[in-house]
Write a protein that binds this ligand. Sequence first.
Ligand code: AMP
Length: 249
Amino acid sequence: MKVLVPVKRVVDFNVKVRVKSDHTGVDIANVKMAMNPFDEIAMEEAVRLKEKGSAAEVIALSCGVTQCQETLRTALAIGADRGVLVHTDADLQPLAVAKLIAALVRREEPALVILGKQAIDDDANQTGQMLAAILDWPQATNANQVEVADGHVQVRREVDGGLETVRLTLPAVITVDLRLNEPRYVTLPNIMKAKKKPVATLSPEDLGVDVAPRLKTLQVTEPPARQAGITVPDVAALVDKLKNEAKVA
Ligand code: AMP
């Protein structure tokens, strides 16, 4: 079976982002970019399925600007067999990405699409769910264990206050949570090998998808600055402050 893994190029998780002075968004000029961390976990899981013999081919897909090719190269270095770039300079919202992935699914016919549960830039947590709805496929979100067998996939999900195990009939959509696996370290030989793997480029028009934004961002602001803490001399002073100032019962 084929597995498709959509990977997003986002601001690196170590970067402290700044809001633009006109409050239209976050400034990403000259900022380090990287693969969305949840997508690394999704790619790692797909490659493990291939190594176990459950998957025959792993395809990485990235939608966005030319530099998404770097994100695809990282995916190929983790172990994807080939990449697809859907090239556009448009501001892509989750619905547009879900439609692009769905269009590629119709061409490639994977049995499984594994996505990150959310992209750490917009924190939308929507693309996987929208994709499953468009394709009318079963979905399991927030996976922390994935087992494929006989036309089914069993997924253990992280839910409020515990874990839930569901069994889906393939083809299906899975979005992954943080504890599913620990992505492998990308080695230099694998980076070199990745350079030889094929990457195809398509446009949204090739896939017949209108990517025009449906939502308008009105304003982006910094969270309020946290007030500085204080140091108390001893436990008695701490208890006094908790009782009399914080009014802890
Ligand atoms: P979101 O719904 O934006 O939080 O993103 C959830 C997941 O959808 C990500 O972890 C990726 O797997 C996928 N995704 C979102 N945007 C893109 C994109 N531009 N290219 C490829 N995959 C994407």
